[in-house]
Design a protein around this ligand. Structure first.
Ligand code: ARG
Length: 461
């Protein structure tokens, strides 16, 4: 016969090439503990429906515990001949409880509803772990923001000096996307925590087993609504892969800032020795490898999502073996984030900022020109005109090698009669920062409120 799960209708055994192609144990072994938990719940449902006598149930549960112990200890491993984790664990269970009892467990379930359930269980557990790691990173960003509450820096658009901002404000701009990623994971959980177990191969169960009992045992919510959908859809997996990719992109954007800040030319930040690397040839080198790996791995996370969606897009209902290809990309996304996030957090926690340099560069590049225009608007000059006056002042200063506050009163008046020496009061970084007191702005009071709000929001997770 062709192996334990489906051999009887075949006259010939499987070719070695098929076995090599078909085997998934090298990655789906990560689901072994969940497979056993599913079997335990399923045994309870079988017993409740009268398919296992109480003593049979007891022996079955004991047998499953033996298998669980063997998997945990590493003494139970998949064989070359095992097609997948379900196959391997049934073989092991039968070795413990015998074929008569062991052969009863498969009644009323299929690997199709099993795998759909187990992937959810795996992702739910790891989503919780990843959420925790993201919270730690947000805490690290918040601590850096707290430590630099009053430090100004050049705010840039198009990488050009734009307007001064607080370093804390800039740092918190990297925290909020991560808060939304936490919210995404929480929202995703509500959709993921449904139980396909009981959907069977595609058409639903025929033995009167209680899917709610199984769902409850597995810590899931309601059973899925449609057995075909339950076994053939992987949008829940793809949505997780999207959140992982978005997290990667959010880390990558922060990483790019850190890489630029650590350059000799910008010189805003120094990396801790423990969170940077050297060169095998250039003795002086100190490289931001964690940030670069974050940037690089974000490509991999996006690729995992793209690959998965591509696998799904042309599939007819219901289960198709293509669906086995969902696991490697999404497992890779999980492992990638679980190794990346702690390193990234350590790097952020230990960043040392050159706040003097950042402060001295904050007003450079005529970054207070908008403040000149706003000062004019407060004196009832129409903004269109104020913009032109400020632009003319920038041109004048650039030609004469002056900063915006340096012309004489006469020179101001020559640019525009609206400009008086009083404009100099508006031309300080501190004044500019304090004036940006609109909702979500960079004024120190607003940033303090923002930090408090961030801290409050993160406590939800
Ligand atoms: N290993 C399969 C998967 O990962 C589950 C088994 C279903 N196989 C099948 N031939 N119906 O999707």
């Amino acid at each position: 016969s062709r192996g334990a799960l489906w051999g009887a209708r075949f006259a010939e055994g499987p070719s070695p090439e098929l076995v090599a192609l078909s085997r998934s144990t090298h990655f789906d072994w990560a689901l072994a503990a969940y497979d056993i938990a599913g079997s335990r719940a399923h045994a309870l449902a079988l017993a409740e429906a009268g398919y296992l006598a109480p003593d049979e149930l007891e022996r079955m549960l004991e047998g499953l515990e033996v298998v669980r112990g063997g998997v945990e200890a590493g003494t139970i491993r998949p064989l070359e001949s095992d097609e997948d984790v379900h196959f391997a664990l049934e073989r092991e269970l039968i070795a413990v409880v015998g074929p008569e009892l062991g052969g009863r467990l498969r009644a009323g379930r299929s690997r199709n509803d099993q795998i759909a359930t187990l992937v959810r269980l795996y992702l739910l557990d790891h989503a919780a772990a990843i959420s925790h790691l993201v919270v730690r990173l947000i805490d690290a960003i918040a601590a850096q923001a707290e430590a630099h509450r009053d430090a100004p820096m050049p705010g840039r658009t198009h990488l050009q000096h734009a307007q001064p901002v607080l370093l804390a404000h800039h740092l918190l701009a990297h925290a909020w996307p991560l808060v939304r990623d936490l919210e995404r994971l929480r929202d995703w959980r509500a959709r993921a925590a449904r139980s396909p177990y009981g959907a069977g191969a595609l058409a639903g169960g025929a033995l009167g087993l209680d899917p709610r009992l199984v769902a409850r045992e597995l810590g899931l919510g309601e059973p899925t609504e449609n057995s075909i959908d339950a076994t053939s859809s992987r949008d829940v997996v793809a949505e997780f892969a999207f959140i992982a990719a978005q997290l990667g992109v959010d880390l990558s954007r922060f990483a790019e800032d850190i890489i630029l800040w650590a350059t000799r030319e910008v010189g805003f930040v120094r990396l801790h020795d423990g969170y940077s690397t050297g060169s095998s040839i250039m003795p002086q080198k100190k490289n931001p490898d964690i940030a670069e790996l974050a940037r690089g791995k974000s490509g991999r996370l996006v690729g995992n999502l793209a690959g998965l969606l591509t696998t799904l897009k042309g599939l007819p209902l219901a289960y198709n073996r293509d669906l086995q290809e969902d696991k490697e990309p999404v497992f890779d996304s999980v492992v990638t984030l679980e190794v990346l996030l702690p390193a990234f957090t350590g790097m952020v926690e230990t960043l040392v900022f050159d706040t003097e340099r950042m402060a001295s560069l904050a007003p450079e590049g005529f970054s207070l020109a908008t403040d000149v225009a706003d000062w004019l608007v407060r004196r009832r000059v129409p903004f269109r005109e104020a913009h032109e006056i400020s632009g003319a002042l920038v041109r004048f200063c650039e030609e004469h090698g002056l900063q915006l506050h340096e012309p004489t009163d006469e020179q101001y008046a020559a640019v525009s009669p609206h400009l008086t020496g009083e404009v100099r009061e508006a031309l300080t970084v501190a004044g500019s920062l304090a004036s940006r007191s609109g909702v979500g702005g960079t004024a120190p009071d607003r940033v303090a409120e923002q930090l408090a709000e961030l801290t409050r929001r993160v406590r939800e997770f």
